[in-house]
Every structure is written in C-alpha cells, then in structure tokens.
Write a protein that binds this ligand. Structure first.
Ligand SMILES: Cc1cc2nc3c(=O)[nH]c(=O)nc-3n(C[C@H](O)[C@H](O)[C@H](O)COP(=O)(O)OP(=O)(O)OC[C@H]3O[C@@H](n4cnc5c(N)ncnc54)[C@H](O)[C@@H]3O)c2cc1C
Length: 434
C-alpha cells in the first residue's frame, strides 16, 4: 500500500507549489531519522536541530511534506473540546489535564509563528459549539459547568444571537468559548517546512516500508534504498499502526471535508456579512463548519473506518454531495454548486481519546494520535518528543506525562466492528446536524 499525493485540497492549492523536492536515491546513514513530515515530524526536526546542530538529521515522508492531515485539516487550534466525558470529579481532573496540554499546544504554535514571523491567517476568534436540536441543551449545560469549574470564558447563545454571528438560522442553541484560534493549516505547515535548517535533510515521496532494530542501529527499508539510523522518531499519526507502532492502542479514521469557492459580495451580503467564525458540533458526528477570513465555507461532516491509503474519486463525490446538503440546509439562499474542492485526510484515535507520547524501545520513539485535535498538540508533542529522545526533560514533558495513557483496544475483527457500530450510532444521534 502506498500513501498517495492528490490535488484535492483547497488549503494546499492556495500555496505556491514547492520546488526542489528530494527523494531517497541512495543508501544513507544518520544520527536521527524522523518518519512523517506533518506538524509533529517537522516540529521534532526543528527541535532536534536546535539541540544537536552538528548531527545529521533526516526526515522522510511518503508523500509531499505537509500534505497529509497537517495541510488539510479544518484549522481549529483548540483550547477545549466537547464529548470527552467529564461528569465526575475524576473526569474533571482528567479533562483539566487535557486542556493543560491544549494550552501548551497553543503556546508552542504561538511561539513558532512569532519567532519565524509566520502569516497563517491567525485569528483569535474563539469558537462556537452549536446545535439545531434543543435536546442537546443538556450536553451544553454540562459542558458549561465544566468550563466554569476550570475558569474558561464562555457565553451561552440562543438562536437570534447565533444567527447574527454566523449568518445562518440553522442553529438553536450554542456556546461560545473565547479561547481557541482559527488559522490556515496549509500556511502553518508550509512555514514549518520552509524554516528547516541546513543539518536537516528532507526526503519526500519516500515511503518507509519496514524497519528493523539491530542492536544500536535501526535499519529502515524504502523501495530501493535503506537508511541506517542511531535513533528514530515515528510521527506518522494515522499511519502509526501500519508501521507496527502501538498497534493495540490506536487506529486510523478517515475524515472528509469540502470547501466552497469565495462567496461573491452579493452572496456574502445575503448572509449578513459575518466575521470569520468556526462552529464545532455538540454531538461528535455533527458537522464542523467554518467561515474563512476570505469568505469561503468549509464543512467536515464525516469520520469513517476506510482504507487510509486512498479514497477514490467516486467515494469523494458521494461525500461531497452530502457536504453540499450540509451547506444548503445552513445557507439555503446560496447557490447549489459552490463547492470547489473535496478531500479526505487521516487521523488517529485511541479508545480513551488520549495521545501517544513515548519511548517504544531503546532509541525508538513515537508521538501522535491526537484524536482530531493535532494542530497545537502535534506541534507540542513533536518538539517535546525530540527533547525526550535526547534524554532531556522539560516542564512540558512533566505535564504531558500526567495525562491518562491510551488504553488497550480489542483485537480485530471486534475493533473494526465496534468502531463501525459506534460511528453509525453517533451518526444516527447527530443526523440533523450533518
Ligand atoms: C479533515 C480533517 C480535519 C481536521 N481538523 C482539525 C482541526 O480543526 N484542528 C485540529 O487540531 N486538528 C484537526 N485535524 C487533525 C490534525 O490534522 C492532525 O491531528 C495533525 O495534522 C497530525 O499531525 P501529524 O504531523 O502528527 O500527522 P500528519 O500530518 O498526518 O503527518 C504524518 C505524515 O506521515 C507520513 N507517512 C505515513 N506513513 C508513512 C511512511 N510509511 N513512510 C513515510 N511517511 C509516512 C504521511 O504521508 C504524513 O504526511 C483534522 C484532520 C483532518 C483529516
């Protein structure tokens, strides 16, 4: 199976195509090999080069760097998430640990963009959790109690206020949290590629097929060549499992999103000229929907068990149709055919929504599995796994280590059937919100 490039995603198509792509053309040796060049791998590479300016660092990606989930997500850099389960005090303390990690993630991205003067359409606009279903009020009430206890700033909103802010009368109840940032995911990851320093070699369209640990070295086999490295860090997120990393603790999910063309001035006026906003669903399988800074609408309303290596054009078209309906029911006055692109991307999930950050074996490390919230946490975990692999410590690592660890998953076929059934059930519960 091969991870493939595609030209489907508007965020990536917004960027100037990169030149001088290097692929693996001969056997190589290095001190450090990083596998996966998304937020996690690129952040690991950046930190390693700071810590070891004289050592040889190679980062490989099966496709073009930054064009996996990191370049094609919805662009919510979150401080809080809903649907994590937090009704008891114990859960509250676990939820706090999770939000502590989110905050460190936001800090890591903020520091990166400040240091490198990155323009990624950063907007500290906060975000909405909203639903059309009055029955979801109870969920929002529980959530607001949690937010109060943890001192987050938020407002509960009714239909009229939501309509004024969002330009749609679809939603009946909502909760706005002040924290959280909207950004252009493609611009952010592109900046991480552009600033890689000279002691880092980036090899793209170079898929690691298998790896073997042999005493003090790790031998990594690509199609026709191999890389022998002293230390390796796996940052392949949704593809950790396919490389045999923490096999029984994570599994991939495929998400699909669509983006419209820019609305015309008349169309934008017809929906009240709202400022940039982002809505997350109250139920996990509802739609994530966003109005971008440049007046485009993004919608993501699927999460499925699917072959993570590829989604066919006809499969994408089916999902695109569904997303067209999602936009239509929120913005009935807009024309029918305004979707410009539809793409899929892979995320990684654990059973208990916790992340992977660990030493797998001597000189073998892995970070990933952000359960769909990896912009900040991926950047943070990438930097911190580099510190950990260098046998150093940090305050951030102490906080990361306090989180609940991922729990064991049932074996196949029970895992596959269980996840499928759960997704169907959640989709049914959120059927009006898609
Ligand atoms: C549609 C969508 C919407 C999302 N929305 C949000 C959001 O709003 N906010 C948020 O925080 N997160 C969101 N996410 C999740 C977020 O994008 C990810 O958590 C994050 O990008 C993970 O970064 P990463 O670097 O760990 O993984 P990735 O960006 O997936 O990078 C992993 C890389 O590993 C490479 N790779 C895989 N296998 C191999 C191999 N064998 N050899 C070499 N390279 C390999 C891949 O090609 C890929 O480039 C979304 C994801 C999707 C798909």
């Amino acid at each position: 199976m091969k991870v493939i490039n595609d030209k489907n995603c508007s965020w990536i198509n917004d960027l100037i195509p990169r030149k001088n792509i290097k692929i693996i053309k001969k056997n190589k040796e290095c001190e450090w090999l990083i596998v996966g060049a998304g937020y996690t791998g690129l952040s690991a590479a950046r930190k390693l080069s700071e810590l070891h300016p004289n050592q040889k660092i190679i980062i490989v990606d099966a496709q073009l760097a930054g064009e996996g989930a990191s370049g094609r997500n919805s662009g919510y850099l979150v401080d809080t998430t809903l649907n994590d389960g937090f009704t008891s005090n114990k859960e509250l303390s676990n939820y706090k640990k999770k939000t502590d990690i989110y905050q460190l993630g936001i800090n890591a991205v903020k520091k990166f963009i400040k240091e490198h003067q990155v323009d990624c359409d950063w907007n500290e606009s906060g975000k909405y959790f909203a639903s059309s279903n009055q029955k979801d009020k109870k969920i929002l009430e529980n959530f607001s109690n949690t937010l109060t206890k943890l001192n987050f700033d938020y407002n509960v909103l009714g239909k009229d206020e939501l309509e004024k802010k969002l330009g749609t009368s679809f939603y009946n109840i909502g909760l706005y949290t002040k924290g959280g940032i909207l950004l252009h995911p493609g611009k952010l990851v592109r900046a991480m590629i552009d600033i890689l320093s000279d002691n880092i070699e980036l090899l793209e369209n170079s898929q690691l097929n298998e790896w073997v640990k042999n005493k003090d070295t790790i031998i990594c086999n690509f199609n026709n060549h191999k890389i022998t490295t002293k230390k390796i860090i796996f940052c392949t997120n949704g593809f950790l499992k396919s490389l045999g990393i923490k096999n029984n603790y994570n599994f991939p999910l495929t998400l699909t999103a669509s983006m419209t063309r820019q609305l015309t001035d008349t169309e934008f006026k017809s929906i009240g000229e709202p400022k940039e906003w982002g809505v997350l669903p109250v139920r996990p399988m509802g739609a994530t929907i966003r109005m971008t800074k440049d007046k485009r609408i993004l919608i993501r309303n699927t999460a499925e068990v699917h072959n993570p290596f590829q989604m066919s054009k006809s499969d994408l078209n089916k999902r695109s149709l569904n997303q067209k309906l999602g936009i239509k029911k929120r913005f009935p006055a807009l024309p029918n055919d305004i979707i410009e692109s539809t793409w899929s991307g892979i995320v990684s999930r654990t059973r208990n929504s916790s992340q992977i950050f660990e030493k797998i074996d001597d000189n073998v490390f892995a970070a990933g599995c952000y359960n769909g919230s990896g912009i900040g946490v991926g950047t943070l975990f990438g930097e911190q796994i580099a510190i950990r692999a260098s046998m150093e410590n940090s305050q951030e690592i102490n906080i990361i280590e306090k989180r609940k660890k991922p729990t064991f998953l049932p074996p196949q076929p029970f895992l596959y059937l269980g996840v499928k059934a759960r997704l169907m059930f959640e989709r049914f519960k959120a059927k009006n919100e898609i």
